[in-house]
Design a protein around this ligand. Structure first.
Ligand code: HEM
Length: 383
């Protein structure tokens, strides 16, 4: 007769074990939330939860691109107030439009850059910012309601529920950071602070990567990032640093100068790396057009070289299937992003290419996250 404890349904956090079974063979196709994270009663499929998380990833991807277009069309400062709920209703009367436009005419960007702008021109920049904020609200709702439902119905519990709650909190913070960024451009400046732009972009991509990792945990089995190893994790960190440097290129409008490649005004290292107008090396690194663009170029090339090294180094030892496919996608995405970046620079940042380059950065991050998760899962299973 099997001992008593094997007949009892496993409590939260325990993996069911049969007597004498050293390790339990996990069949990913029959994976349920219960066996993954003891989130729900055993046997209940987690497909709806996985599908929901992938939809959220797609919405965040779209949000990053909408954000890029909003910035590239200089629309980000057109709405000068933050009304998280009632702001979802756009101006519905001529009077309301005039009031909205009047508020915009108070800020330096209108007075110094767009003086004389017509209401029709104002509406063009208003709608991009409005769509950006509305899509942000939609992501919030698309995340919060299913999260509550899956939690109430017991589909998610324990570690995965806490992770998803953490992602939701970051999402709420992202909304506040978005306003904090806009607020930096409403007085004294005609554009937002590059530091706050970088913060806003990086938090968006942290939320994206974490949501993707949680979805992969549910789909393929929980993987600890540390199990991915120094190579894949180091590459992921390098991609994030390059994305931050890209935000400083964008935030300082550094893509509008030095529109040659590989040289910058005939030199490999630009003459004014330390910007005489800024005076200090540190300030030049974050606000100097030459240094900001040069750093981005160097980091971008480091991304491509290390993407190739990662693939060449791991392609044979990685298990067949997603791990190998994700590893192969890493250098492909990195090379495509390099080409997009060079084209964006040579053509002086046309809106469509700038937005494509922003989307390309998310694709590089996606491939890097998929590869890290697949390798972590494989290494974790071997431990
Ligand atoms: C391969 C890795 C690369 C990554 C991950 C990357 C990432 C990014 C990101 C995320 C931005 C936009 C930031 C924002 O809009 O807030 C950006 C902007 C930019 N990048 Fe890259 N980039 C890469 C390669 C390159 C290369 C090779 C070049 C050119 C030599 C380049 C030139 C630019 C320019 C000119 C901008 C500013 C565009 C604008 O104002 O919207 N990038 N990059």
């Amino acid at each position: 007769m099997r001992p008593a404890w094997t007949r009892v349904k496993p409590a939260c956090g325990e993996m069911p074990q049969r007597e004498g079974a050293a390790t339990r063979q996990i069949d990913p196709t029959r994976m349920t939330i219960a066996t993954l994270s003891s989130a729900a009663p055993a046997g209940r499929s987690n497909r709806p939860v996985v599908a929901w998380l992938f939809v959220c990833c797609a919405m965040i991807f779209a949000m990053v691109v909408i954000g890029g277009i909003t910035r590239l069309t200089e629309s980000g400062l057109s709405i000068t107030e933050w009304r998280p709920v009632t702001g979802a209703i756009p101006p519905l009367s001529e009077e309301a439009w005039q009031a909205e436009f009047a508020r915009y005419r108070q800020i330096p960007q209108y007075q110094q850059v767009n003086a004389g702008m017509t209401l029709a021109e104002f509406k063009a920049i208003f709608w991009w910012e409005y769509i950006h904020r509305l899509w942000g609200r939609l992501i919030g709702v698309a995340f919060a309601l299913p999260l509550a439902w899956f939690w109430i119905t017991g589909r998610i519990r324990g570690r995965i529920a806490r992770q998803l709650a953490g992602i939701f909190v970051l999402g709420a913070i992202q909304g506040a950071i978005g306003w904090w960024m806009v607020a930096s451009g409403l007085a004294d400046r005609v554009s937002v602070s590059p530091y706050r732009l970088a913060t806003h972009l990086v938090l968006a991509l942290v939320i994206y990567a974490w949501t993707l990792w949680a979805a992969l945990d549910l789909l393929r089995g929980a993987a600890r990032p540390a199990d991915a190893g120094a190579g894949p994790l180091g590459f992921l960190a390098l991609v994030f640093v390059t994305i931050v440097s890209g935000a400083f290129v964008a935030g300082n409008r550094a893509g509008l100068t030095y529109n040659t490649f590989p040289l910058m005004d005939g030199r490999l290292v630009p003459e004014f790396y330390v910007d005489p107008a800024l005076g200090s090396l540190m300030q030049s690194i974050f606000e100097g057009v030459a240094a900001v663009q040069f750093n981005h170029r160097v980091l971008a090339i480091a991304v491509v070289v290390s993407a190739l090294a990662l693939w060449l180094g791991r392609r044979r030892s990685a298990p067949a299937g997603l791990a190998r496919a994700a590893l192969a996608a890493v250098p492909i995405a990195a090379c495509a992003q390099l080409a997009l970046g060079i084209a964006t620079l040579l053509l002086v940042v046309p809106i469509a290419l700038g937005a494509a380059h922003q989307a390309g950065a998310v694709l590089v991050l996606t491939a890097a996250t998929l590869a890290a998760h697949a390798l972590a899962a494989a290494n974790g299973a071997r431990r």
